[in-house]
Design a protein around this ligand. Structure first.
Ligand code: HEC
Ligand code: HEC
Ligand code: HEC
Ligand code: HEC
Ligand code: HEC
Length: 485
């Protein structure tokens, strides 16, 4: 039996009360005995059973391997944007804190002690593999409701790759289905785990809180939990582990996919990283990976373009055109739109109104030649604040938010733009909902901080950071008169 009182752990066993040393409680409010990798909240059921690299699983599960390879999970650790930010985190707050990051970006290599900082040098294939097969299929359970926020956060999962029975090591893999006969062919045992078809499997990593204050930073799980998708049992897997058409069906009809429809794509919105993966694969002469990365790129663009819809209505006052109302609907994202790194991702409206003579009478949200958005652009994002109440960008600095303007699932946001009725009629309005992973400056900052052993030129063939690409999620053009009929 264990209880926690003012940060001091009290353990009771066989009637004896042992008071753990004060050093056990850390400044981040978690019990170091329970969470030895804090600030990451991963737990490891330690035994002689080791984690297995994906290439070994691939021998018997080639389909899952091909689908996973090149996915965001497979590059979660090698991702240059991540490596750049990790290096900055270590410089700012030290490696003890950066364990938090690694606990999600390459969990197995944190618990086995291999990864100790930024960079890829001399790492095993397992460490390089990020969110690998054996991370997910060793998840035995979670501690979501025991965390400081009593929610999933910072890797609150229990990893157990296997066990020792009478001195013999047996690997156990947790999967969603009842084990077939001869499941694992002597390589591993199979354990049926209903958790694997539930959002709670993904939640440990898809909720990031501040390493010390536990301020919610990335809240994809909570956003989903508060949505109609949670009520209808449509889980992360039902949109992200299926192809585009099946995802739309899940979002529109709440019909659950069946066994053969699931794939290990883990495909979301990060088209930029798939484009980079394709470049790296081509450079390395890996044609198969290049093709797969291209397909994943197209799938991510497809997801973005299916996520939102626009409704546009002119508003007249006293019969004269006064403004236009644009409603942005989150149709098919199972969480807020955008989600997760909402202070970095950019989704915004670009609006252009032209009158009958072709003159631009109103415009908003056009980026300049340096890739910067003008003041007044309507962005659907959040702005973080540091201790000093000033704008902050980095996850170790943000302790609160001055703005949260993302769009809830099946919800909408409305934006009004003023128009003059003195323009020559009719007015043509072009509206785009645009998306990019980050603004130009942030991308340049992170990519200029990648560790020394990652040469962007050698890996990707990039000599300088190109303009961050933009995807148009929706575009609409319509015309209306300056006076009401
Ligand atoms: C609880 C798990 C978790 C923790 C802890 C965590 N991350 Fe992440 N990180 C994620 C997830 C999930 C994403 C993907 C979100 C998305 O794509 O919108 C992500 C995305 C990122 C990205 C964006 C990568 C890209 O290609 O756009 C960066 C950079 C990053 N994390 C850096 C860090 C750093 C540095 C830390 C530690 C200070 C950290 N993360 C801690 C889970 C985590
Ligand atoms: C992010 C977590 C995650 C990762 C990483 C992952 N899986 Fe899975 N896996 C799942 C989930 C969830 C399911 C259940 C959905 C399904 O059937 O595909 C699953 C199902 C499976 C199944 C059973 C499929 C069936 O229909 O019988 C196998 C086999 C499997 N995974 C192997 C692998 C291999 C091999 C890798 C690495 C190449 C891998 N997984 C990586 C989460 C993961
Ligand atoms: C020697 C071959 C072999 C290797 C290597 C192997 N597996 Fe399996 N595995 C099987 C067989 C056979 C099945 C049962 C048939 C199936 O579901 O595909 C299975 C089933 C599974 C299942 C589904 C369990 C269920 O019913 O829900 C998962 C998950 C899984 N393996 C994960 C892994 C992972 C992760 C690795 C690498 C760490 C791995 N396997 C390595 C042969 C293997
Ligand atoms: C062990 C931690 C972990 C688990 C468990 C996990 N993820 Fe992730 N996931 C990550 C990290 C880290 C990234 C971001 C990698 C990056 O950006 O470099 C990510 C990225 C993603 C992305 C891509 C996001 C984008 O921007 O395109 C999707 C989609 C995703 N995960 C879905 C899932 C689903 C569905 C599950 C559950 C079946 C799951 N994840 C379980 C850590 C995890
Ligand atoms: C109803 C379908 C649906 C469900 C359910 C769903 N998603 Fe998504 N997800 C989407 C769509 C569509 C996008 C692309 C638009 C966007 O970025 O929000 C997306 C994007 C993402 C991204 C990329 C965000 C970015 O900007 O890089 C991550 C990460 C993600 N989802 C994780 C999850 C996790 C974790 C769950 C479960 C808690 C989940 N999703 C549930 C449809 C869904």
């Amino acid at each position: 039996m264990k209880g926690k009182y003012s940060g001091i752990t009290i353990g009771m066993s066989a009637g004896l009360i042992a008071v753990a040393s004060l050093a056990m409680a850390t400044g981040n409010g978690v019990d170091m005995e329970q969470y030895p990798y804090a600030p990451s909240l991963i737990q490891w059921e330690k035994s002689a059973a080791e984690f297995t690299e994906p290439e070994t699983c691939a021998e018997c599960h080639p389909q899952q391997y091909e689908e996973w390879r090149g996915s965001m999970h497979s590059i979660a650790f090698q991702d240059p944007i991540y490596q750049g930010e990790l290096k900055l985190a270590i410089e700012a707050v030290g490696h003890d804190v950066a364990k938090q990051c690694e606990g999600c970006h390459t969990a197995a290599a944190v618990v086995n002690g291999e990864v100790k900082g930024a960079g890829l040098k001399d790492l095993s294939p397992l460490a390089m593999a990020g969110v690998s097969c054996d991370v997910c299929h060793s998840i035995k359970g979670h501690t979501h409701w025991q965390t400081p926020t009593h929610q999933p956060e910072n890797g609150s999962m229990i990893l157990s790759p296997g066990k020792e029975v009478d001195g013999e090591v047996i690997l156990t893999k947790f999967g969603p289905f009842p084990a077939s006969e001869d499941c694992g062919e002597g390589f591993h045992e199979c354990v049926e785990s209903p958790l694997h078809l539930k959002t709670e499997l993904c939640a440990s990593c898809h909720q990031v809180t501040h390493y010390e204050k536990h301020t919610p930073l990335e809240m994809t799980y909570t956003e989903w939990k508060n949505s109609t998708y949670a009520a209808k049992d449509i889980n992360c897997q039902d949109c992200h582990m299926v192809d585009l058409e099946t995802f739309k069906r899940s979002a529109d009809t709440f019909q659950k996919p069946v066994r053969g429809e699931y794939h290990h794509y883990f495909n979301g919105a990060n088209f930029l990283m798939y484009a980079l993966t394709e470049m790296a694969a081509k450079k390395a002469g890996d044609e198969e990976l290049a093709v797969s990365a291209r397909q994943k790129y197209e799938m991510a663009v497809g997801r973005l373009q299916a996520a939102a819809e626009l409704d546009i209505d002119p508003i007249y006052r006293d019969g004269r055109l006064a403004e236009v109302k644009i409603r942005v609907n989150n149709r098919r994202a199972g969480h807020n739109l955008p989600t997760s790194l909402t202070n970095i991702r950019q989704m915004w409206l670009e609006v252009t109104a032209t009158d009958a003579s072709g003159k631009v009478v109103m415009s908003s949200g056009h980026i300049d030649e340096k890739g910067k958005l003008p003041e007044g652009t309507r962005l659907f994002n959040s702005d973080g604040m540091g201790e000093n109440m000033h704008f902050a960008l980095d996850p170790w600095e943000i302790v609160s938010f001055s703005k949260h303007d993302t769009i809830p699932p099946k919800g909408y946001r409305e934006v009004h733009y003023g128009l003059s009725s003195n323009s020559s009629t009719p007015i043509t309005l072009n509206v785009k909902l645009r998306f990019r992973q980050a603004n130009q400056k942030v991308a340049e900052k992170l990519l200029s901080h990648v560790p020394d052993d990652m040469h962007l030129d050698v890996i990707y063939g990039i000599k300088e950071v190109p303009p961050v690409p933009i995807i148009d999620m929706v575009e609409k053009t319509l015309q209306f008169e300056t006076s009401e009929k």
